[in-house]
Design a protein around this ligand. Sequence first.
Ligand code: TPP
Ligand code: MG
Length: 239
Amino acid sequence: MAELTGRHTGYSKGKGGSMHMFSEEKKFYGGHGIVGAQIPLGTGLAFSNKYRGNDAVTLTYFGDGAANQGQVYESFNMAELWKLPVVYIIENNQYAMGTSVERSSAQVEFFKRGSSFNIPGHQVDGMDVEAVHAAGREAIEWCRSGKGPIILEMKTYRYRGHSMSDPAKYRTREEVQGVREKRDPIDHLGQKLVAQGLATEDDLKAIDKDIRAVVNTSAEFATESPEPDASELYTDVLA
Ligand SMILES: Cc1ncc(C[n+]2csc(CCOP(=O)(O)OP(=O)(O)O)c2C)c(N)n1
Ligand SMILES: [Mg+2]
């Protein structure tokens, strides 16, 4: 994929073959093997943007499992104290590794997680593309107007297991199938576009085909790229 081959772009293979991406050029600061490590990083980026006085807003994504990490709350405190322009987007997909939110979280309404820091939060239907777009836009405006951080809890669902070796004993096949059939966000948007005469079934099939090609090419690029040289081991390691 041409746009992922820039100088600052890197893929690294994590345990179990998962891929971590990073692109300074695209302002995409990566996925991380350490659950929750991106949260103080996103907060730091927001600090940097505030310090520089630009109007950039940082979007920091993390899961329901990561939301129980201690560093989340250290980040929340500083973000509100310094009114940093950061949107914390909690993707509540109901599962963290092999555990459901009910089994692992004392407070399952994640949009409330910032309340003791005075950070407002909204719950959003993460399976509704238009709702996600509208909430994202409002949250960015909130940050740009200098009001500090905000939390968006995206209620969604994790179709896949944690890894290829996840036997998914913690839920039934019917549960997964039910969500696919009734709540799939791509299907819903497609049906809406067709119903409103904005696209035909054939248009949607063509989009699907194009996207499959992009994903396949990206996966090939990732798996066929050479492993980094051992000399890269200490590149950008500062401490
Ligand atoms: C600090 C740390 N603890 C534990 C793990 C193992 N681990 C990998 S993913 C995961 C669960 C993450 O849950 P969530 O944030 O909900 O992400 P999802 O599984 O939905 O993608 C855990 C505990 C890890 N990678 N890092
Ligand atoms: Mg999760």
